[in-house]
Design a protein around this ligand. Sequence first.
Ligand code: ADP
Ligand code: MG
Length: 631
Amino acid sequence: MVPTTETIPFQAETKKLLDLVIHSLYTHKEIFLRELISNASDALDKVRIEALTDEELSVDLDRLKIRLEVDKDKRTMCIIDNGVGMSREEVIENIGTIAKSGTQGFSDALDKMQKEGGALPELIGQFGVGFYSAFMVADEVELSTRRIGTTTDDAVVWRSSGDGEYELEEGTRKEHGTTVTLTLKAIDGEEEGQKDFTQEWVLREVVKRYSDFIEYPIELDRPPEKEEDELETQVLNSRKPLWLRPKSEIEETEYTEFYKHLSHDWNEPLDTIHFRAEGAVEYAALLYIPAQRQMDLFDPKRQRSQVQLYVKRVFITADCEELLPVWLRFIRGVVDSADLPLNVSRETLQHNHQVAQIQKRLSRKVLDSLSAMQKNRADDYAKFWSSFGMVVKEGIYYSDEHREAVAGLGLFSSTKGEELRTLNDYAADMPMGQKEIYVLLAADRESAQRSPHLEAFHAKGFEVLLLTDPVDEFVLQRMTTFQDKTIRRIDQGEIDLSDDADSGENEAKEKELEPMIEAVRKELSERVEEVRFSKRLTDSPACLVAGENALPQHLVRLMREQGQDVPDPKHVLELNPKHPLIESMGRQVGDDFGRFSNCCELLLGLTQLAEGSTPSDPGKFSRLVSEMMIE
Ligand code: ADP
Ligand code: MG
């Protein structure tokens, strides 16, 4: 019987879309294979579903597979599956018509992508033109298919060269399923990065990249080395979507191997988070907390989430920035969504409600896991914090939602001892009568510990957290409370730690010294913003504090180190009325004005030295000191 061929024109819309696909998309052509394999995998899924519901259907589910075949001489490649196949009507409906989402939408998006840059793989899937992407690499596409459940070996053959029409023919096929045969375009030497899809290694690579975790085997015959060798079939994909397997069946080493494969990190991860979300938004997530800092952690070009997005086992993108906030960019892993459309565009991802929900849940999970590690595995956590603490702290700044939780993850130096402390430790150990959390910013732990600001806190037995990270300055702008307690910088503004008991005695002293403080004010009016009595000092005669709104000394130092020109900020000079030096200065007011003036200069210089900075006029300072040393 001569097969009857029917020629059917594409709908105008379909034709337009095809033209766009063929003529406008030049990069990432290899994704056609991902699309065809994904269609085959869908068709195989459908067999499994039909087998479940249709008792008459007898299929050996273990035989479900995808096969690739190439013929170098004819320049053809086939993608063969034994999936559900299609009836004639289904072929016309599914392959002959597109425009599900509209050609206009596609061409608009394409325009935008070409203007602003973007990735083709996302576009293709989003507009349901997966099948048509075959025309990017093929002059002719033929699809031969037989619906499952049919008793004869009749098949439907669809064929097109991607111009205005397609042909439908009758054919035969031994088994249910679909064969897509591409007559590949000739390799154009002019075009850069062209891949020859009749090459075994090319197929292996592309499958590995995009379809490695497809559940069904993707087979390809290994080319024989000698003519007489028998063909050997290889499976190109590893077929292990680890994240979709039940946790209880996964060995620790499998998790680790997958992590290494994913991250190119040879170290074991510190923690693995694996869960499936069911309900409104369905997905599986497998995330890892690395132990070692990645090289590109602070690379501005890589400041986005490094979690891979899959949709139904099909790889979509390696760094889906919508899956985790930027301050969790060190996390590695995979999210496999069951209900996102086979890849959404970047733009869609940004506004997708489900993706937002996934992000929320993932962030929560990571924070919980870190918090558990902090409680139960202190050594590992310390390692984690030294690698990634700097990045996590960005979360305190940026995340309104997680601020308190992220702050709770912090490890800080403290006046309490060598051990790093958390805000929770701190809050739990606060003595009665202490209302606020005290922190001191400094360049390092050593200089922080020398700070005169700490004296009254030592005397009271109040712990002070010593913040020595450059980012702490910014963190504190947002981290103003923890567990409803104010976080107070002890080098800024007025601090009153005095007991009511000795306030009477102090008041009398201060009154007595009033003329002295007035004189100091006059002497140093150019150099300090204000002179006042201190309620935070016990052993030192004086200290400098930042005004409520001034740049703290430590920050000024930091900015100067980075080459910025920062004028000396004026500080408040606080005097300790109980200190013998201050008492002595009190007695000298009015006596010998030259000497008092020098004393003021020296006092300011000494205080600056105690803070770890240099006296404003070092020459004058050392001259005055040597003069005083001469009897
Ligand atoms: P999508 O996969 O997003 O639906 P495609 O253009 O990739 O869009 O495919 C269009 C339709 O063609 C599919 O939905 C499916 O119904 C049908 N189809 C494609 N390939 C196959 C196949 N190998 N087996 C069965 N049906 C297929
Ligand atoms: Mg598809």
